[in-house]
Write a protein that binds this ligand. Structure first.
Ligand code: C5P
Length: 212
């Protein structure tokens, strides 16, 4: 089955590129970061401390996460836009370091791999979740460029953010994602690394299409 993984840090262009590729190639699409964000929201709303493994496990079992196209719901509530804030991203990256959390969503993530194939984006798609993928890409970009992109995305969604705060938040999140022990953010050995700093989304898509 056609399986393409796209990993990389926050704002590297994974989301835009993976969505476009899935549309061009008519494949399913997995935004794995959204799952961590939903769990973050779920834990906050239920006052569950991020270090209480037992409670987290039980709570994740009860959470009903549904994807329908690019809409995402938690217990039948549409949370597509709500999970996009940097404060939710921060909680997501904190709980993403937890082994129980990561293991409990492995099956959910793998269930997206069905005919005719999948474009999966995240931090560990090519290393842990779909190590068997033949087409692995790892996107990077300068911190300034990534913060600029996030700024434009968040402003267009109506969020009030400062670019300086975003630079700091993105750096903190990168640090946590790269330095955690379990499934750290690292390119798979057989991933093609693409620096997207000076590339438009269509240039990156063209490059990937030429590589698969
Ligand atoms: O990609 P996104 O910015 O939505 O991801 C939010 C957070 O979820 C990341 O900073 C990371 O800590 C975590 N994550 C992860 N593994 C993935 C996807 C996201 O640890 N595959």
């Amino acid at each position: 089955m056609n399986l393409i993984t796209i990993d990389g840090p926050a704002g590297s262009g994974k989301g835009t590129i993976a969505k476009q590729l899935s549309e061009v190639l008519k494949l399913n699409y997995l935004d794995s970061g959204a799952i961590y964000r939903i769990l973050g929201l779920h834990l906050i709303e239920n006052n569950i401390p991020i270090d209480n493994e037992d409670l987290i496990k039980k709570s994740i079992e009860k959470a009903n996460i549904q994807f329908s196209g690019h809409k995402i719901s938690l217990n039948n509530r549409d949370v597509t836009d709500e999970i996009r804030t940097e404060s939710i991203a921060k909680i997501a990256s904190l709980i993403a370091a937890n082994k129980t959390v990561r293991e409990s969503i492995l099956d959910l993530q793998r269930s997206f791999l069905k005919k005719p194939g999948l474009v999966a984006e995240g931090r560990d798609m090519g290393t842990v979740v779909f190590p068997e993928a033949k087409n692995k890409f790892f996107l990077t970009a300068s911190v300034q460029e990534r913060a600029d992109r996030r700024y434009k995305q968040l402003i267009s969604k109506g969020f009030d953010v400062s670019i300086l705060d975003l630079v700091v938040e993105i750096q903190e999140r990168d640090f946590r994602d790269i330095n955690r022990t379990i499934s750290p953010l690292v390119p798979a050995a057989n991933a093609v690394i693409i620096d997207t700093t000076k590339l438009s989304p269509s240039q990156v898509v063209e490059f990937i299409l030429g590589n698969i």
